[in-house]
Design a protein around this ligand. Sequence first.
Ligand code: C2E
Ligand code: CA
Ligand code: CA
Length: 740
Amino acid sequence: MHSNNQVTSKVMMKNRQQKPLVLIVDDEPNNLHILVEGLLSDYDVRIATGGAQALEFIEITRPDLILLDIMMPEMDGYEVCKILKSNQNTKGIPIIFVTAMTEEESEEHGFELGAIDYIHKPYKLSLVRARIRTHMTVQGMLDRLIEKNFDLHDKLLEIEILASELSKRDTELKKLTAKQELFYQALTSTADGVVITNNKGIIIAVNPSFCRITGFSENEALDTQLKKIKQNNLPEMNFDAIWQHASTAGYWSGELITRRKNGELYPELLTLSMVKNDIDTNVNFIGVFSDISSVKVTQERIDYLTWHDELTGFPNRNNFLKLLDQQLNQSYIDLNYAYIFIVDIDSFHSINDGLGLLAGDQVLQELAARIDSTLDSKDIVARLGSDEFAVLCATNKGTGRNRAQALANTKAQNLLIAASEPFTVDEEKVTLTVSIGCYIFPRMDVRENAIETIRNCEAACYKAKEKGGNRITFFDTSFGEQAKRRFEIEQDLRKAISQNELMLYLQSQYDSQHKLKGAEVLLRWEHSRKGFISPVEFIPIAEESDIIFDLDCWVTCRALELLVKLNQFNSKLGLSINISGRHFHENRFLNFVTKQIQSSKINPSTLTIEIIEGTLLNHMEAAIAAVHHLKKLGVRVSIDDFGTGYSSLTYLKQLPIHELKIDKSFVFEAPTNKNDKLIIDMIVSLGNLFDLKVVAEGVEGEEHFTMLQAYPNMILQGYHLHKPEPADSWFYSLTNPNAE
Ligand code: C2E
Ligand code: CA
Ligand code: CA
C-alpha cells in the first residue's frame, strides 16, 4: 500500500545519491573529534550536543544513521531513541548507542528500545567505521528490499485491477451468452414460425414452428428459395411484390393465403424484415409468421353469433331489431301495414326443471322449426331470449290495417296449433302451449322504432299469458303502460333487499273460540318512489324471473328469527310462511331451508310452509319428494288457496301434508252462495278423512266468522279478526296484552 512510510522512503532513496548522512549526538564535543574526522571521508557527518537539538535536526533532515550517546543531561539517549522509534517517519533510522557503560542490562535495555548496536567508549575508530559501514550496507539492502516490496505491491495492484477487469468482462460475456441462449430458446419454442434468408431470399435458418406450420422439414427448407415455400394465393399481391417491398422499405407485414407442403391452403400473418449486419454489412431477411386459421374461424364465429342464435341458427334479438327497423321504415314509406308476433312458451321453466336443460333445448329447437314451417318463405323468425321467439311478416303493398289483422290472426292460429302438437323428447311425450302477442304496424299516432315495437308486442304476449296462456292477444294501447310498470318493478325488486325496502307483517290465526294459535308471515315492499307495492303485484313478477328465490330465502331467514322469539314466549304458537311453488321442490331451496332450520334454535313443528295448490300440481313427483323431505325435518306443510287447483284424492293421499287452507274466494261468498258453502263442507270432510288441519282465510266480516264458527276444529284468519301488522308491533301486543 502507498502510505507516508513509502513517501519518506522514496525521499530517502533520492538522498542516497550523495554521501550517507551520519548524525552524532553527544554532550561532550571533545569526545567526538576523532570520530568525526575518521568518518568524514565516507560520510556527511553532523553533530548534535543534546537530545532536543538532535530531534530538532532530525525533524528537518533525516540522517541515514545516528550515533547516540546514552549519558546526556536533560534528555538521555534512551529518551531520544524512544521518541524516534515512536514516530512513523523516524522509526526506521538505525541507531547505534555510544556508551561508557558496560553492564549487560543497559545494553539489553537499548536493544529493547530498538537500537541496532552498541559502541563502547573509548572508541576504536576502525571498529566504529566497520560497524557503521556494515549497518549502512544492511540498511541499504533493507531499503532496496522495501523498495522492491513496494514495486511488487504496485505490480500486484495492477494485476488485481487487471484481474477484476477480466472477471467483469467474463461476467459480461456470460450475460451475453445467457442472452443469446434465451433468444435461441425463444426462437425455438415460440409458436410463430421464424425463417432467416440471405439477401437473395435463400433460406439459411428456420425454427421448429416453421416446420410445424409449413410441413417442410429443416433440411428441406434450408438452401431453398423462401418464395417457393411462401406463395401468396391472394389476387391482390404476389410474393415477388412482397419481397420487393421488404427489400426497398425494409419490411413488409400482412396476411397471406399460402400453402403447406401437403397443398392445404391456410391464412397466415407474416412480417418480413430486412436486417443489416454491423460487422460485414451483410443483408439478411427475417420472416416471422403465424397460422391464423383458428383466429379466422373464431372471428367468423363471433361475427355469426353477433347476429344469430346459437341454438336454433335463427337471427337473434340484435339481428331482428335491425331487420324490423328496416321494415318499419319501409312501412312508413309505403304506408302499408305489416305485423310481428312474440311467441312465448307457457311455463317453460317447468320443462327445464322437470326434464333438464338438454330436453329444454330440444323442445326449443323443435318449436323453432315448427314456427318456421307454418310461415311464408319471406317471413322472418328470430329467437329473442330463452323461450321467446319473434316473427316478422311483411305484407304486399297496399295492405290495409284490417287485412293485416286478419292475416296475422290466421297465421297466429296456425302457430298455436303447431305448438300444441306433442313433442317427443327422450322418447317421452311432452305437450306445451304458447302465448302469442300480435302487433300491427305502423302506428299513425306515433312513430316507433324497433325496440318500442317489440316492447309493445311483448306486452300483448304478456296479456295473453295473464289470461291463462295458450292464446293470441293483439296489442292494445293500454298495455304499454302496464308493461313499463312491470319492467320497472322487476328492475327495482332486484335492489329491494339490499336497499332495506322489504319487511314482514304478521296476520294472526285463531281457533273457533277466538283463541290465538299463531300467525301467517306476509311480505311487504315499501318502494322508495312508488310507495307501497302489493305482493299480489310483485310476487308474480318475481316468480317470472329468479328473484323469487332470493325473496323467499330472505323471508325464511327473518321468519325463523321471529319464530325463535315466539317459541321462547309461548311454545304452542306457530308461524306460517309462503314459499313459491316455482322452487319449493328444488334442491337448492330444500338445502337452504334444511341448513337454516338445523342451525336455528326453533321447534320445527311450529313452522308451517304454505304452498299454493296450483303450483304443486306442476311438478307432482318432485313435490311429493320435497314434502317428504320437509316432513323429516319436522316442519309442517300446508296447501294454500286450496280448492282452486283441482287436486285429486289419490294425489292428496301421497302427500304427507298437515294442513289445507281454504281459498278466501270460497269464504267470501259462502254466507250467500250455497255452492261455495258446499265446497267448504267438502274440504272440511276431506280434512277429517286425511286427518288434516283446515284453515279458512278471508274471514273478512262478522257474517264469515259466525258462519265458520260452526266448524269447531277450524282455524280462522281474516281482516275481521286481525289485519296484518308489522312483526314488531304484533310482538309488542302479544307480550304487552294490556297496553293499547
Ligand atoms: P296468500 O298466501 O293467500 O295470503 C293471504 C292474503 O290474503 C294476504 O294478502 C292477506 O293480507 C290477505 N287477507 C287476509 N285476510 C283477508 C281478508 O279478510 N280479506 C281480504 N280481502 N284479504 C285478506 P297479501 O299479504 O297481499 O298477500 C298476497 C299474496 O302474496 C299471498 O296470498 C301470497 O300468495 C303472496 N305472498 C305474500 N307474502 C309472500 C312471501 O313471503 N312469499 C311468497 N312466495 N309469497 C307471498
Ligand atoms: Ca298463504
Ligand atoms: Ca291463500
